[in-house]
Design a protein around this ligand. Structure first.
Ligand code: B12
Ligand code: SF4
Length: 475
């Protein structure tokens, strides 16, 4: 069978680097064992309506699969409708976080034939095989489909036990030079674990990957890094694990192996502020760790407790100081506007962001993604505006949660002003400049890093909103 996978266009309300969608790359690898796969990433490929029709005519896909997060749901349905208009026999599959949270509701759209719930590799392959052979769908675990105009959701599929079973992601199916995030200093993405045992109320990750941590073997990760180095001459890797340092022994052993193998790859990761210590950071630095993004979230203990983060304000300060001391660039994710959050508490977080010493940063509005605890609370207590308008669920500028203490306009202004001040801090200039210089020396590429810097500055002034317009404009 022929399967076309689509990464839908997402107009960032706030500039983000374009990055290779790792989930689709994994799906593609698993499918390619027995089927023909093509990928279009509409974030980096400008495809007109006619161009799109040509792709469908030439590749003749039996299935088109979309990777769907909540804010891009309506864009995905628009593209799916377009495909059905061109050829109604093409079967449409929606996978990813949104259909995983709301499979029944997703299937109410007539253009969607199947949803894949949760981890997708094994499920999509089984689904395609069963459809190909005309067998019954009932036995395929972890899917939703329609029968006699009724939605059927099959039994839950257990999570993949041994992640080493998966083939490495098929990066070669993507237009690699077009990603602003990877083109600069030849970088790629990797995930060493799936699952997170914590219970932060705003987080949707457990809906796909569960709460138990599963790890690839160190041998498997090293093998992937070596392959990427050999095939693409990569210089850095970004680990997309939710909490990279959750298992200290694993990280120690991985770092020792990286040092032993003399891989010469710089790397970045995400983690929690309570999951690092000086010895660990020193070893990570020695093994090539250049940057760590910490989920700091809030400057007040009451809000950290409200969101069930399980960390203390002081731990953030400690983690940032230790990272700096050792020579790792610390970045921070912050969130404001949780229910009950006062103006003073929001100010405390915005002040903390400016003073704590992070270089790169992201300030988001708390956004209740479907089926998270935050979403359930907000629905129950009627705390959301635009509840059904999924295109408003981007978390960088939309204020979905109503707050009696502060107006939408005032909050946006406060965040905008903080962003402006953050981008004008000397530490931002110095670290960005160093990183730019390193990249230039190593790759002699000037365009992508410069585009990135310019785009970051555009953030200060440019806050656009409705991402659904993008594909239409492009088409
Ligand atoms: C890294 C990351 C990013 C990166 C890169 C995203 C990318 N395109 O790869 C960046 C920073 C760009 C990003 C951006 C955003 N992200 Co993000 N991101 C993540 C993170 C931390 C890891 C994603 C990842 O790569 N996982 C590893 C791969 C293997 O898993 P995966 O992508 O989920 O894919 C698996 C399944 O979902 C499924 N699947 C996925 N696509 C498809 C398609 C088909 C056809 C099938 C069958 C199956 C399938 O199978 C895959 C393999 O098992 C997750 C948290 C998490 N742990 O899931 C949040 C997460 C996915 N992000 C989230 C959000 C909200 C966003 C943004 C909307 C934020 C914003 N700006 O407002 C944007 C939207 C981007 C978009 N294209 O839609 C939410 C999604 C919640 C929701 N209901 O939508 C998550 C879950 C975090 C959270 N808040 O809880 N993100
Ligand atoms: S630690 Fe991170 S991944 Fe884990 S529940 Fe909290 S926000 Fe989600």
């Amino acid at each position: 069978m022929r399967i076309l996978l689509i990464n839908p266009p997402y107009l960032f309300e706030f500039y983000q680097e374009t990055t290779i969608p790792v989930g689709l790359a994994y799906i593609a690898s698993y499918l390619r064992r027995n089927h023909e796969v093509r990928i279009i990433d509409l974030n980096v490929e400008k495809v007109t309506k006619e161009g799109f029709e040509n792709i469908l005519k030439n590749f003749k896909p039996d299935f088109v699969g979309f990777s769907v997060t909540t804010p891009i749901f309506s864009t995905c349905t628009k593209i799916a409708n377009l495909i059905k208009k061109i050829n109604k026999n093409i079967r449409i599959i929606f996978g990813g976080p949104h259909p995983t949270a709301l499979p029944e509701e997703t299937l109410l759209n007539s253009c969607i034939d199947y949803v894949v719930i949760g981890e997708g590799e094994k499920t999509i392959v089984e689904l395609v095989n069963v459809v190909e052979k005309g067998k019954t769908l009932k036995k395929v675990r972890g899917i939703g489909y329609k029968k006699d105009n009724k939605v059927v959701i099959t039994k839950h599929r257990p999570l993949i036990k041994d992640l080493d079973e998966l083939s490495f992601p098929s990066f070669n199916l993507f237009p690699l030079s077009k990603y602003t995030g990877s083109g600069f200093r030849n970088g790629f993405y990797s995930v060493t674990s799936r699952g997170c045992p914590y219970s932060c109320i705003h987080c949707a990750a457990h809906l796909t990957f569960g709460k138990k941590i599963r790890r690839r073997s160190i041998k498997n990760v090293i093998q992937e890094l070596k392959t990427l180095k050999k095939e693409y001459k990569i210089r850095w890797i970004k680990f997309y694990d939710d909490v990279f340092t959750i298992d200290k022994n694993y990280v120690i052993n991985l770092c020792k192996e990286m040092i032993k193998q003399n891989l010469g790859i710089s790397w970045w990761c995400n983690t929690r502020v309570d999951k690092v210590d000086e010895n660990l950071l020193e070893l990570m630095h020695k093994a090539g760790c250049e940057q760590i993004a910490y989920g700091i979230e809030s400057g007040t203990q009451r809000i950290l407790n409200y969101m069930k983060k399980g960390t203390y304000v002081e731990q953030a300060d400690r983690a940032i100081k230790m990272s700096r001391k050792i020579g790792i660039i610390p970045s921070g994710y912050f969130m404001v506007n949780f229910p009950t959050e006062t103006k003073e508490e929001i100010k405390a977080t915005l002040n903390m962001a400016q003073k704590i010493g992070v270089t790169y940063f992201r300030i988001s509005m708390a956004t209740p993604y479907p089926l998270t605890e935050l979403w359930e609370r907000c629905v129950k207590y009627n705390l959301m505006r635009d509840l059904d308008n999924y295109s408003k669920y981007g978390y960088l500028q939309n204020m979905l949660i109503t707050n009696k203490e502060i107006s939408k306009k005032e909050l946006k202004k406060m965040v905008k002003y903080t962003n402006l001040k953050m981008f004008l801090r000397p530490v931002w200039f110095i670290d960005s400049f160093k990183s730019l210089l390193k990249g230039l020396i190593k790759t002699k590429k000037i365009k992508l890093p410069l585009v990135n810097v310019i785009n970051y500055y555009k953030n200060i002034y440019h806050f656009s909103s409705d991402n659904t317009e993008v594909f239409i404009k492009r088409a």
